[in-house]
Write a protein that binds this ligand. Structure first.
Ligand code: MF3
Ligand code: CO
Length: 263
């Protein structure tokens, strides 16, 4: 297997990746105030574009495989890769904003599922669990651990509460490119898969459904939706493998679980 695009960061590129990730974190934090019932998802895209520009960086997704936007905005049963649009967010919706930036050639990538206004206790519990699953998975991002250790941690936290990890969508290596090796699964067996090394940069992303994880893709060619239209959430950080692991996209938004941040 060709492992040439595994992303091991030297000191200089780590520094740049930290700056790139800091920008992504700041913009996700700014969205906390911005996302309210009544706004259109295209307004989120425009806000993110302006914030990225202001910070002298570029959107990581726009143009990647011809993806047309800076953000993926996925509402309720939209799993991933939703297009920003004139859709108006309603009280009780849950909306994922996924995006990244390129700063001095280094990529960062993060996603957060926001409650829109007041949401049901059931859905807030779901957000907390998927968020917990991300942090539990990140604990495995240590030198010598394997991708299966991460996937095992992901599925353990979700399945315990009756939620389902995606079998089709993966995290990935990241650094000088958006999608490097290895794939980081949301499921797995301890001690299997690719071995992680010190200073390796990866995007760990948890994509989970309240129901079935089978999907179809909308006619726009991108938006992935659950077949049974069950609700989904997606939390993602750019992480450097270390002991302890380094979360590059960390910011105040992530300091507590969603139910506390959005109380
Ligand atoms: N955030 C997605 C990922 O983590 C990237 C979206 S693919 C793109 O892999 F084409 F939209 F950029
Ligand atoms: Co990603």
């Amino acid at each position: 297997m060709n492992k040439s695009n595994i992303q091991i960061l030297d000191k200089k590129s780590l520094n740049k990746s930290k700056q790139s990730a800091k920008i992504t974190g700041e913009v996700l934090l700014a969205l906390k105030q911005f996302i309210k019932p009544g706004i259109k998802t295209i307004e989120i895209e425009n806000m993110v574009l302006a914030e990225i520009k202001e910070r002298n960086s570029k959107p990581a997704f726009q143009g990647y495989n011809n993806y047309p936007f800076a953000t993926c905005i996925s509402v309720n049963e939209d799993f991933v890769h939703g297009f920003p649009s004139d859709r108006i967010l309603l009280e009780g919706d849950i909306v994922t904003v996924d995006f990244g930036v390129i700063f001095e050639k280094m990529y960062s990538d993060s996603a957060y599922t926001y409650p829109v206004g007041q949401i049901s206790q059931k859905n807030m519990d779901f957000l907390d669990c998927v968020w917990d699953s991300l942090y539990s998975s990140i604990e495995q991002a240590k030198p010598g651990k394997k991708t299966g250790d991460i996937g095992f941690a992901t599925q353990e936290v979700l399945l315990r509460k009756g939620y389902n990890p995606s079998a089709e969508l993966f995290g990935h290596g990241i650094g000088t490119i958006l999608h490097g090796e290895p794939l980081i699964p949301n499921f797995g067996t301890k001690g299997t898969g690719e071995t992680l090394s010190s200073n390796q940069c990866i995007a760990i992303e948890i994509m989970a459904s309240q129901g079935n994880t089978k999907t179809y893709t909308k006619s726009d060619g991108w938006t992935v939706v659950t077949q049974d239209h069950s609700l989904t959430a997606h939390y993602e950080h750019t992480v450097v493998v270390n002991d302890p692991p380094m979360i590059l996209t960390d910011c105040e938004l992530w300091s507590k679980k969603p139910s506390i941040i959005f109380k």
